[in-house]
Design a binder for this molecule. Structure first.
Ligand code: GTP
Ligand code: MG
Length: 609
């Protein structure tokens, strides 16, 4: 299980990131139309190189730019400077220098310690900018130079987003806008690679061959602003390190406890050490929690300097290949990511997904559901191919074997894929979203499993309520945690959404038309509706805004469900009713909170008064 601590087992993974073939590819001219797809490894390698050329510096405010720019450019040429603030509203600048060597030069002139503090110094790419001892030095910044971003990782405010969605022409435009305005942006990705770089630099002091790779939504193209950062520590042996001709070999430390996962396994024990390292030696890492008894043991922490929550593991290298697979599917057709964003946002709004782990579906299986839907054959062909098809097109260079011999081999270079095997339909995003809901409203969850490997429904191997085949370990179900009740809720909500969209096609544009009606949280729907119009005659007292009626679930009032499902839905309704009651109570309690009260006041003042 523990790849990191089984030297040599992970050579194929290592080669994919380190070999000269990849480096050569970096020099390729992507304006060549026959090479319209970039490889995942190339993108990752570019991001890693960017991180090696960059430093993050805490500053006083965004107006520190000229002083910082002037000071740093004395030592090395600067490419760009990006400003952002963390959740504590502290200011930072990510500086990208021209070369990796430049960063080394700048690091040499850093001071590592304040004399009056009892701190053990450590070097990492996260720095702070001390006030000048005297004010004599003045710095000139070329007029062409300015901050590449200001407040570059701020998540768009829901009020602004909804206003923009309201002003869109079509629902397809709304979906595209939702994607553009909420996806993880360039600076968000840069910062995630900076954290990976920082961990790698520090872990290298203990593990000579440590490499830290981001995976999951930070790199798979489905990440939104503020998404968590999944990291995996891998054992990347270079040719020199394992060279057969080298006869003097470093003594190694073998760990008792075997390589089994879970509490007590070698990997869990190493994670304990890394946890202590994060707590004691990694600037920015805070609130470290150990989840070591899990199938894949992880460390969780917040990175306060990069404003990200981090999950670190050292066994789940197949997760990187999974990210590659998802990234490839997202690149094949420009509709895949906006559609997935709309579905994920809808699922959050109706409470199907939840940031905390539990018996409900999460974003990853939900994404697989979208991909599976797009693999269905249409009159004009396929939007996405199956994984089986990608495997059939794989060559020698695509072979990857991850931990526990998990076969992660599939075609990597999408330029080799025949054009008629993907993107073969003209439907717009709006139509696809409606079709998505209709598809799952009719899906036989009782008997069938969702498999993006096959691209068609397959027989369920067991009676678990929801079965979504893990594309890289097909004997596993990625939605095994989903309870019967949650699966029923999923079925109910896709029907509701389909009904809502169908009804809208016939009606006129309301205040929450199109996507808005699907992605506004139920609890705030009544409030938002009342406030958005801006009519003084619709002014209401705060008490009225939180009348119970506002929180009555739409699902309880619509009568579009089929008769054959009445029994099941009755029990689900009862369950939902009790959940809604809890929600109502929560809303009332929340409203007592003065922060919410002032938020309501702010919306009223801005929108109505
Ligand atoms: P968000 O964090 O919700 O934005 O999405 P995510 O895709 O990053 O999901 P998550 O953080 O839960 O998981 C990170 C990655 O781990 C996913 O993208 C998958 O590659 C992988 N993963 C998640 N759940 C499973 C699972 O049940 N089985 C396997 N094999 N891999 C999983
Ligand atoms: Mg994640």
């Amino acid at each position: 299980m523990s790849v990191f601590f089984q030297t040599g087992k992970f050579c194929i993974f290592r080669k994919s990131f380190n070999n000269p073939f990849c480096n050569l590819l970096l020099l390729r001219n992507y304006s060549d139309p026959s090479k319209k797809f970039i490889k995942f490894n190339d993108v990752v390698e570019q991001r890693r190189a960017e991180a090696r050329r960059s430093l993050v510096v805490q500053v006083n405010s965004e107006s520190s730019f000229s002083e910082l720019y002037g000071y740093c450019s004395k030592y090395a040429p600067i490419k760009d400077v990006y400003h952002y603030r963390n959740t504590e509203k502290e200011h930072f600048m990510l500086i990208e220098f021209e070369t990796e060597e430049n960063v080394k030069e700048v690091l040499q002139v850093c001071s590592s310690h304040q004399k009056d503090l009892d701190v053990m110094p450590i070097q990492s790419p996260f720095l702070w900018f001390k006030a000048a001892a005297n004010n004599k030095e003045t710095y000139k910044v070329p007029s062409s130079k300015s901050l590449a971003t200001k407040d570059g990782i701020t998540v768009i405010d829901d009020d602004i987003l909804f206003e923009e969605l309201l002003n869109c022409e079509t629902m397809s435009n709304q979906m595209q806008l939702l994607y553009e305005r909420t996806k993880l942006n360039d600076l968000g990705i840069r910062l995630r690679f900076m954290v990976a770089r920082q961990f790698e630099v520090i872990f290298k002091s203990l593990y000579a061959n440590a490499v830290v790779h981001p995976f999951g939504s930070s790199v798979n193209g489905f990440g939104k602003m503020g998404c968590d950062l999944d990291l995996v520590l891998t054992n990347d042996l270079t040719e020199e390190m394992s060279g057969a001709g080298r006869r003097l070999v470093f003594q190694e430390k073998r760990v008792e406890g075997g390589a089994r996962a879970g509490g007590g396994g070698a990997s869990a024990r190493q994670l304990e050490l890394l946890g202590a390292l994060l707590e004691l030696r990694v600037p920015g890492a805070a609130a470290v929690r150990r989840v070591l008894a899990a199938r894949v043991p992880i460390l969780k922490c917040a990175h306060v300097l990069a404003a990200a929550s981090v999950d670190l593991c050292c066994t789940n290298t197949s997760g990187v290949y999974m990210s590659e697979l998802l990234w490839m599917f997202g690149s094949l057709d420009p509709r895949v990511r906006p559609l997935t964003f709309a579905v994920r946002r809808w699922a959050t709004a109706v409470g199907l997904t939840n940031p905390h782990p539990g018996r409900w579906i999460t974003n990853f299986p939900l994404t697989l559901m979208v991909l599976f839907f797009l693999q269905q054959k249409r009159k004009t062909g396929f939007i996405l191919p199956s994984v089986r098809f990608l495997v059939s097109k794989a060559g020698k260079q695509d072979i990857r074997i991850a931990e526990e011999n998990i076969n992660c081999t599939f075609l990597r270079d999408l330029n080799k894929l025949p054009q008629e095997t993907y993107g073969q339909c003209e439907e717009d995003l709006e139509t696809l979203l409606l079709q998505f809901f209709e598809f799952y409203a009719q899906f036989d969850f009782q008997e069938k499993a969702i498999s993006i490997n096959e691209g068609v429904p397959v027989r369920k191997p067991n009676a678990l309520p929801l079965y979504i085949v893990n594309p890289l370990e097909q004997a596993l179900n990625v939605s095994r945690n989903v309870s019967y009740e949650e699966c029923e809720r999923l079925k109910l909500e896709v029907r509701n959404a389909a009904w809502q969209l169908e009804a809208e096609l016939e009606g006129k544009k309301e205040e929450d038309w199109g996507l808005l009606g699907l992605i506004e949280r139920k609890g705030s729907r009544g409030l938002k509706k009342l406030l958005r119009v801006g009519n003084s005659h619709r002014l209401v007292s705060v008490k009225d805004l939180f009348k119970d009626d506002d929180f009555t679930s739409d699902t309880n009032t619509k009568s579009h469900q089929t008769k054959s499902d009445t029994e099941i839905e009755k029990s689900v309704k009862e369950m939902k009713q009790s959940m809604d009651n809890v929600e109502k109570k929560e809303q009332r309690m929340k409203f007592k909170n003065s922060q919410i009260a002032s938020e309501v006041f702010r919306i009223r003042r801005n929108k109505i008064v």
